[in-house]
Design a protein around this ligand. Structure first.
Ligand code: ADP
Length: 798
């Protein structure tokens, strides 16, 4: 430090001191030697006055171990001792004219000569430093001491020039100077603020950085209120006692404080005090350095606020968070845990915390899992019930995750627990309702399945497995289902699958299963088309095992058709009896009258009047019989049939609906293609429906033995030109031979074992009664089509 000795570092100072001391010591030694010689000389002068001067000089000169020269009062060289000749490596003769012999450094010559001249004139000693060239050409510094030697009267007899080598000292001095220059330069250019104070803390000096930072000069530093002026008042206050105490101890100490810059703004500094102790270990000086830590402080503050934010987040999220040490003991929990359990962090850190809050039934399982996870250092998750502060347990999903350091070692465990009570409850509810459903399905023999058409994923209910008698393990595919479908219904099954795949409508179908034990099961399926969450077509279907009902129905149907047949036979019998009775009376009358007539004509003379009378009665009875026939026909053709406006579409649909069970039993698939805006017809609804029913039954009968193709029955209505509407009933049955075509509509024509052959003939009379016509055609593929057309109401209300 330029302005203050105190700030010079200890080491260079003591080195310099040492050198100084050495030089001083040697100088003192030499001076003492000279003094001694002077004394000896004086003694000898006194004692041996008679001795020759030359001898004396030689004696003196030769006895001195350093270069010495003797000159006359006028300056001529008189004698040079051996060290002188050796140092310069020259002869006495050569050195006599030393001023021009280049033994003195040219830069020092003038000064040396001047000093000598001045001394010679005044007759006083001189002392000059100059560089002398050694024999090897190296210049070394010498301190040349010139002393006059006087006689008793005080006249100068000779000059005595003693040359002391001070080169080492000179060099040390130079080194010190340059070291000092460097240090000072360093101290004043480094950005660190440096301050030197007295043991009590009073400032002695500061470096340039301090002055620059505060914008003050050195005098300001030494004023009393220096500290309060440049440091933040709060910090001065805060640190006062601490600093005072620390200054008493010979130990390094540090603190942080804000120092005001020349711009008036405070910045944070870390101030570190280092004591410089004296030999006794007492504090001699304090060296204080101050580092600008404003940026670090800011970063710390930013960090702290980030941490505060994080903390806030962690404490406001509803998830329960635990931080465990590597052994698994709780170190920290977030607010959510404390709020939920109603416990403090202290409580949570207790050993028995888990025993207190985890449901006793879960405790053992969870502990085993946790310990295994901690041991292996692997993440772990579990579900457990945790006691809340209101005394209720709720389900939590708990996840353990290790936090690793850079070397991959576990430092801590993070545990996050999510409240899954609601999910658990929902799951439980689903489980329960599924159980209900399964039970309900079992009780009603209804199975269910879902079918995701795009992927053919099928999900079957338990009951459906039971109905199909499939093992619960088996994975259901369309192929697997196929193995159970009755061979006769396979084409139907395939067709349903195809239709369902292409369409997206609800559908319903009946089919049979052929079980491994060759028994048959009747199925009734109703499917509803839906869309799954991704918009894919999915069918949800209920499948009912209707075997039992079917068997009952069949028994019932059989009984019913037998009954119907009996009824039919009976009514026909009754009809026949009534016809016979009605016709019999006139017939027996006719026979009786005809016999009477014969008898009268055979009499002698023939009773012509009587015969005429009897013939009249015969004619009357014949008319009566004809009347009976006419009445009977009227009864059959129902001339007085009710007339009303009829929608043939509606009438057809009604008939189909009424025959549904019969059709199902015969596994007939009905289809309708009904013309829109079909004109109405007038007629007898019941009679027309009787015709439709006849055609439906015949179609169904014709397909009863068809198993190689679907039993399709199509009802199609259409408008014919000229004001007619037509109904076609197209089957896929056995059809008829072309040669039979004429006979189909004849009364009593039948090809069936249990047929009566009156259905089509009655139908024809009904249709003709409606001024229409009925006919049959063979289909191009299989089966026949029976059609009728009747005139329609042209300006009907449709
Ligand atoms: P039944 O039905 O009692 O035989 P129908 O008069 O209704 O009396 O039918 C007469 C006959 O016409 C039938 O026995 C059958 O040979 C033939 N027939 C009727 N409908 C069809 C049909 N759809 N396909 C083939 N033949 C038919």
């Amino acid at each position: 430090m330029k302005r203050s000795e105190g700030s010079s570092p200890a080491k260079p100072k003591s080195f310099a001191d040492e050198l100084e001391e050495r030089v001083t010591q040697r100088t003192a030694e030499l001076t003492a030697t000279i003094e001694q010689l002077k004394r000896q000389l004086a003694e000898r002068q006194r004692a041996k006055e008679a001795l020759r001067e030359g001898e004396l000089f030689n004696l003196i000169v030769e006895s001195i171990p350093v270069p010495v020269a003797i000159t006359s009062p006028t300056g001529e060289v008189e004698a040079l001792n051996k060290p002188t000749l050796e140092y310069f490596g020259k002869t006495f003769e050569e050195l006599k004219g030393w001023k021009s012999s280049e033994v003195v450094h040219p830069a020092d010559l003038e000064r040396t000569v001047a000093a000598q001249m001045a001394a010679h004139q005044k007759g006083t000693a001189y002392n000059v430093e100059s560089r002398h060239r050694r024999t090897d050409g190296v210049y070394r510094w010498f301190n040349v001491l010139g002393l006059p030697l006087r006689d008793a009267q005080g006249r100068i007899l000779h000059w005595f020039h003693l040359q002391i080598d001070i080169d080492d000292r000179k060099r040390a001095e130079e080194a010190l100077r340059s070291a000092e220059r460097n240090l000072s330069l360093t101290i004043n250019t480094i950005p660190t603020l440096i301050q030197v104070s007295q043991p009590d803390g009073t400032v002695l000096s500061v470096n340039q950085a301090v002055l620059d930072y505060h914008g003050i000069d050195l005098q300001d530093v030494q004023t009393e209120d220096f500290r309060t002026r440049v440091y933040h008042p709060d910090d001065v206050e805060r640190l006062r006692e601490e600093r005072k105490e620390a200054l008493k101890r010979p130990l390094q100490f540090e603190y942080e404080q804000r120092a005001r810059g020349k711009d008036g703004k405070y910045r944070w500094f870390l101030v570190r005090y280092n004591p410089l102790l004296d030999d006794q270990g007492r504090i001699d000086r304090w060296y204080a350095t101050a580092f600008d830590i404003e940026d670090r402080k800011r970063a710390e503050e930013a960090l702290r606020s980030a941490e505060r934010n994080l903390n806030q987040i962690i404490n406001t999220i509803p998830t329960h968070i635990y931080v465990l040490n590597i052994e698994g003991s709780v170190q920290y929990v977030n607010q959510a845990v404390m709020d939920y359990t109603g416990l403090s962090l202290e409580d949570v850190r207790q050993e028995d915390y888990r025993d207190r809050v985890i449901h006793p039934e879960d405790l053992k399982r969870v502990r085993a899992g946790r310990l295994a996870s901690l041991r292996r250092g692997a993440p772990f998750s579990t579900e457990q019930r945790v006691l809340s502060n209101d005394g209720q347990y709720r389900w939590f999903l708990v996840r353990y995750k290790p936090l690793l350091d850079e070397q991959g070692r576990i430092v801590q465990w993070y545990v996050a627990a999510f409240d899954i009570e609601d999910r658990k409850r929902a799951q439980e509810e689903v489980r329960r309702s599924e159980a209900f459903l399964a039970e309900a399905q079992r009780l009603t023999s209804i199975g269910s399945f879902s079918w995701l058409v795009a992927t053919d994923e099928l999900a079957w209910s338990e009951e459906l497995y039971r109905i199909y008698e499939f093992d619960g393990e088996i994975k259901i595919t369309l192929g697997v289902i196929r193995t159970r479908v009755h061979p006769e219904d396979l084409s139907l099954y395939e067709k349903m699958v195809e239709q369902a795949r292409n369409g997206s409508e609800d559908f319903e179908w009946q089919y049979r299963l052929l079980m491994p034990d060759q028994s048959i099961k009747y199925m009734h399926a109703v499917a509803q088309a839906t869309r799954d969450p991704s918009g894919q077509l999915e069918y949800i279907a209920a499948v009912r095992d209707v075997t039992a009902r079917r068997l009952a129905d069949e028994a019932l149907d059989k009984a019913r058709s037998e009954l119907a047949r009996v009824a039919r036979v009976m009514s026909l019998g009754a009809l026949t009896a009534s016809i016979a009775h009605e016709v019999n009376q006139p017939l027996s009358g006719i026979i009786t009258n005809a016999s009477t007539c014969m008898r009268m004509l055979d009499a002698e003379p023939p009773n012509v009047d009587g015969a005429r009378e009897t013939t009249k009665r015969t004619i009357r009875d014949g008319r009566r019989a004809a009347d009976v026939i006419t009445r009977l026909r009227a009864l059959f053709t129902n001339k007085d049939a009710a007339t009303e406006l009829i929608d043939l579409n509606e009438a057809t649909q009604e008939v189909i609906a009424l025959s549904r069970s019969e059709l199902e039993r015969n596994r007939v698939i009905t289809r309708t293609e009904l013309a829109v805006k079909l004109p109405l017809v007038t007629g007898d609804r019941v009679q027309l429906q009787q015709v439709i029913l006849n055609l439906l039954r015949n179609g169904s009968d014709a397909m009863s033995n068809v198993d190689n193709r679907p039993r399709d029955l199509l009802f199609r209505t259409e408008v014919e030109e000229g004001g007619w509407v037509r109904l076609n009933v197209q089957d896929a049955g056995i059809g008829f031979e072309p040669q039979s075509l004429d006979r189909l509509f004849q009364t009593f024509y039948t090809t069936k074992d249990d047929g009566m052959g009156i259905g089509l003939s009655v139908s024809r009379s009904i249709i003709e009664n409606h001024r229409g016509r009925i006919w049959a055609t063979s289909n191009q593929s299989a089966g026949a089509t029976f059609s009728f057309s009747i005139p329609c109401v042209v300006d009907g209300p449709h």
